[in-house]
Design a protein. Structure first.
Length: 123
């Protein structure tokens, strides 16, 4: 069972990923995130950086789609909670969290200096 703190943090993450503010997560949200990040980072669609980012987001959606219990191609907050509750208690949790942290850090570190500045964080 997720704690209240975990639910609050996961709700915040859910809302941040819900790029179209539709109240559910779907593949379109990940396309919107890709487009927003590409524009903010100045990535061209034919660049290796864009392809890398796209592959990460496609992989994230493919993993997350396992949470879609009713197979409607939408992840509700309840499905999101169940997914993470199961994930936290599996052997896949720690490697996945490390990968996600590395990816998010790389996305935020726009100048690739190994640090996230206040401006990079705000952007």
């Amino acid at each position: 069972m997720l704690t209240a703190l975990q639910q609050r943090k996961l709700t915040t993450l859910f809302n941040n990923i819900d790029a179209d503010s539709g109240g559910t997560l779907n593949q379109d949200d990940f396309h919107l995130i890709l487009n927003k990040l590409a524009i903010s980072r100045g990535l061209k669609p034919n660049s290796w950086q864009y392809a890398y980012l796209r592959s990460i987001l496609v992989s994230m959606w493919n993993n997350l789609s396992l949470a879609d219990q009713n197979r409607d191609a939408e992840i509700t907050l309840e499905e999101w909670f169940k997914y993470y509750d199961n994930l936290i208690h599996s052997d896949a949790y720690e490697p996945l969290i490390h990968l996600q942290c590395d990816v998010f850090f790389a996305l935020l570190d726009e100048d690739d200096n190994g640090e996230i500045s206040q401006q990079e964080y705000v952007d």
